[in-house]
Design a binder for this molecule. Structure first.
Ligand code: FES
Ligand code: FES
Length: 155
């Protein structure tokens, strides 16, 4: 077991982990932060996306020991209480989620994407979210929601 210090959603956490354990497993199984979803476990679906030092990474491919000292944001750290982030609000408003399984990954991917691309076209958003698979919505409403979130963030 190895001791790893992490800063997660504003809190310092020290965890003992196996050397081959992923940060997705640590978040879900040791820290009970189950908002980050586990699906393919091989880097293809995007449902396990988290921010590590502000950059979206796939939790299922990232060893926890490589996160030593880093700042991590999960979906639990995005809203302020009941005050949802504009991306979350627009997903709800535009019907951009059904079962919700892909939604944490979509939100975590879209937020830094919109910070870097404040005026994206629909095609830009499709490309930006191409790593996040959704089995329910057909993507159209997710893309509309992210477009509307961009407009909301720009007002
Ligand atoms: S669970 Fe990580 S990409 Fe699918
Ligand atoms: S809303 Fe069900 S997988 Fe996207």
């Amino acid at each position: 077991m190895k001791k790893v210090q992490l800063h997660i959603n504003g809190f310092k956490r020290i965890v003992l982990v196996d050397s081959n354990e992923t940060i997705l497993e640590t978040l879900r199984n040791r820290l009970y932060l189950t908002g980050t979803k586990q699906c393919c476990d091989e880097g293809t679906c995007g449902s396990c996306t988290i921010l590590v030092d502000g950059i979206p990474v796939l939790g299922c491919l990232t060893p926890t020991v490589r996160c030593e000292g880093k700042t991590i944001v999960t979906i639990e750290g995005i809203s302020s209480g009941d005050d949802l982030h504009p991306v979350q609000k627009q997903l709800v408003k535009n019907g951009g989620l059904q079962c919700g399984f892909c939604t944490p990954g979509v939100v975590i991917t879209a937020i830094p994407y919109l910070e870097e691309n404040p005026n994206p076209t629909v095609n830009d958003i499709k490309e930006g979210l191409s790593g996040n698979l959704c089995r329910c919505t057909g993507y159209k409403k997710i893309i509309e929601a992210v477009k509307n979130a961009a407009e909301e963030l720009n007002t």
